[in-house]
Design a protein around this ligand. Structure first.
Ligand SMILES: C[S@@+](CC[C@H](N)C(=O)[O-])C[C@H]1O[C@@H](n2cnc3c(N)ncnc32)[C@H](O)[C@@H]1O
Length: 298
């Protein structure tokens, strides 16, 4: 039942009834939240003298460092396993800021590792589809949210591939028609950002495919839509269902990642890895991935 009467500040979109005042309290409010604080601090640190591009990447000071992390893991793993190319994917593109940033990180790590990186984005092009299931969070995402300015984005894409249409149609078609490209550039990083349970379930068809050669044995995943949900709805529910149905290829959170990532960023909690335990390359040693000596101290 909708309560009648004047709308509260929360109903006007101000969380916890807070009204922006335009003063220091607003700045403090932003810095009090770890995600905003990390992004703002990164921008400041990047401006320090001596912080060059390589340093910014090393310490995760770049825009969307979680995307940079995924591309780094994909390219390093590909190089160690003897692949000359890798594919990175954003499921859910909206305006395109994420896809363009992903492409920028791809150029950096292609140059750093010598591994060619293909960048692919999937989106309807017309914003969110209507919800098909209550677990799609229909109380948060309305049909048509996050539309794309297609011409503006296309003009800036360069070699990045943008696949437009309902994912339920475009993904199977893509897997059929790009088989050779995927074999030469197996998928090594996936950003899942389609908000809905059903769309995420469709995106995970990439991992249901029996074709191991389209994927690295371990695929790094960034799950954008976990915060604020529970494991029973949205992206988390799609992952839980996938894991229940495919025990030989689980998607699991990387444990303890924050502790060994510079500045223990909050995004580290959203990094998962899809382990394809039956992949023919799963057990090949990634030479250099860990040290191989733990000598006794003098
Ligand atoms: C939150 S937005 C993506 C934001 C983007 N990753 C970013 O960081 O700027 C979610 C996008 O998923 C797309 N989407 C959701 N379900 C889809 C489906 N079944 N097929 C194609 N696109 C879908 C919508 O068009 C929407 O643009």
């Amino acid at each position: 039942m909708v309560r009648k009467g004047p709308r509260s500040t929360a109903q006007k979109g101000h969380p916890f009834g807070r009204r922006p005042t335009g003063g220091w309290a607003d700045v403090l409010w932003d810095w009090s939240k770890s995600g905003t604080r990390h992004a703002a601090r990164n921008r400041l640190l990047r401006k320090l003298p001596g912080v060059d591009t390589a340093t910014a990447y090393r310490f995760g000071l770049v825009e969307r460092p979680h995307y940079a992390y995924g591309v780094r893991r994909a390219t390093e793993s590909a190089a160690r396993l003897g692949h000359r190319g890798v594919t990175v994917i954003e499921f859910g593109v909206a305006g395109g800021n994420g896809l363009l940033t992903l492409a920028e990180h791809a150029r950096h790590y292609a140059a750093a590792t010598g591994v060619a990186v293909r960048v692919v984005g999937f989106d309807s092009g017309t914003g969110m589809p209507p919800a098909k299931d209550p677990r799609d969070l229909p109380y948060l995402f309305g049909p048509g949210f996050y539309p794309m300015d297609h011409d503006r984005l296309r003009a800036r894409l360069g070699e990045t591939e943008l696949v437009i249409g309902d994912l339920a149609e475009t993904l199977p078609h893509y897997l059929d028609t790009r088989a050779d490209l995927l074999r030469a550039h197996p998928v090594g990083f996936v950003c899942l950002d389609m908000d809905h349970y059903t769309s995420t379930t469709t995106a995970l068809d990439l991992f249901r495919s029996p074709a191991h050669e389209y994927l690295l044995p371990r695929v790094t995943c960034y799950l954008d839509d976990l915060p604020g949900t529970t494991e029973h709805i949205g992206e988390a529910a799609a992952i839980a269902d996938f894991n229940a149905a495919h025990p030989d290829r689980p998607i699991g959170r990387v444990l303890g990642l924050r502790a060994f990532t510079p500045f223990d960023p909050p995004w580290a909690d959203q990094i998962h890895v899809h382990h394809r335990l039956a992949h023919p390359g799963y057990s090949s040693l990634e030479v250099g991935a860990t040290g191989d000596r733990l000598p006794l101290d003098p």
